[in-house]
Design a protein around this ligand. Structure first.
Ligand code: DX5
Ligand code: ZN
Length: 214
């Protein structure tokens, strides 16, 4: 699968509807929604009020990435706000299983995420419990950072673990993705790529999306 999920974090919020229309027209598969709380990560982005226009103006599924402490307090509200998938960080919680269950009960797809400094092996026990794992290829918190090359061997490792078990769990990569490295990431076994600045910062964002899918 070659899924591209532009991160709305890098959109022009003064012209949000225009940017979302561009996404609708484009070959993008999902809209990636980065929620930051200023505690789990040293940055604050946006929360529930923006789920409304995302839902209203964007025809693509909303792939919600929670970079927050206590995701158990909020996952259901994001589901009710129209999320197509909800992901949270494994390192932010003690036991992800009950939180995954809360999301699943809402009929929404589940995703577990880890930052680059978390051992990728920690995801393995949950591969059968989730629809998707998200490997951060930069430290969560900001768009526009440089891709961490060590991510590639982690993709290969988790791809093998998924395939060996005959699972359909998707692998998503987030951070520093661009037209130059997308093909390598897909070849390593990624299913979905998040791209913020490489899409919204491009002269021709639709072309950038198309190129990443090639
Ligand atoms: C980082 C976010 C990413 C970010 C990606 O904390 O999770 O989704 O928006 O931005 P780029 O593609 O610019 O690295
Ligand atoms: Zn993200």
């Amino acid at each position: 699968m070659r899924i591209i999920a532009p991160s709305v974090l890098s959109a022009d919020f003064g012209h949000l509807a225009d940017d979302l229309e561009m996404i609708n027209r484009s070959e993008a598969d999902w809209l990636h929604v980065d929620v930051m709380d200023g505690t789990f990560v040293p940055n604050i982005s946006f929360g529930f009020p923006l789920m409304k226009p995302f839902k209203q103006y964007c025809t693509k599924p909303l792939d919600v990435h929670l970079m927050i402490v206590h995701p158990e307090k909020y996952v259901e509200r994001f589901c009710d706000a129209g999320a197509w998938s909800v992901g949270f960080h494994l390192e932010a919680v003690e036991d992800p299983l009950p939180i995954l269950e809360m999301i699943r009960k809402k009929g929404v797809r589940t995703c577990l995420t880890i930052n680059p400094d978390i051992d990728v092996k920690r995801l393995v026990p949950y591969l059968e419990e989730v629809d998707m794992v998200l490997l951060m290829s930069v430290f969560a918190g900001f768009g526009g950072q440089k891709f961490i090359p060590e991510t590639i061997s982690k993709i290969r490792y988790i791809r093998e673990e998924i395939d060996r078990r005959g699972l359909k769990t998707l692998i998503e990569i987030d951070g520093g993705v661009n037209t130059g490295n997308a093909a390598t990431l897909f070849a390593a076994g990624a299913d979905a790529l998040v791209a913020g600045s490489a899409v919204f910062g491009a002269k021709d964002p639709e072309k950038a999306i198309r190129k990443m899918k090639e």
